[in-house]
Write a protein that binds this ligand. Sequence first.
Ligand code: GAR
Length: 220
Amino acid sequence: MTAHRKKVAVLISGRGSNMEALIVAARAVDYPAEITTVISSQPDAPGLTFARNAGIATVALDHKTFQAREAFEAALQTALDAAGVELIALAGFMRLMTPDFVGRWRDRMINIHPSLLPSFKGLHTHEQALSAGVRVAGCTVHFVRAELDSGPIIAQAAVAVQSGDTAATLADRVLAAEHKLYPAALRLVAAGQIHVDGEKTIGYEDVNQTTALFSPPLQG
Ligand code: GAR
């Protein structure tokens, strides 16, 4: 018997490359989630084309046509209910959500952010990292809370900053890590392998991964 696959909505606003990584990962027979719906806050989001071509139902909710955030979220909730969605994965979804909506989806809504949270919240994360002079950057998948880019951390990937990095070159390498991290994190959540306990997550299995990432690399 096939185990229940959690029905997931991916919410996007643009390119959708993380959405694409989730859709591709969810094609595996043993993946514990299926992407049933892609919802975009921008009707012309490039990511919608990939989703449609992949045979996934898409909904475009043009946020500009809603007078208030609450009205946008009511339409969003209707679309989620219609598709029987159990988990939401935000993937470059650039709309702030009300505490009411976030509370309704507490511990059932996850987000990917291109920094090692809690550092560098908000926009222009790679510029922030470079101007702070950090040697290690990265990305984070977390449960969503009402405060911007905060909530229990599910998974992180670290990326070494290189001396010649610009925001664009760093973004490219972090994005490549995002595409691996997000499907892995959604797998943990959908399989019920990770739980929130006191605003931290518990439950993943430790593996013997003892090698540190050194940046700059050790010499000799
Ligand atoms: C990704 O880098 C994602 O981490 C970031 O937007 C990009 C979307 O790219 N999200 C945020 O900054 C949210 N705070 P994509 O549309 O190709 O997945």
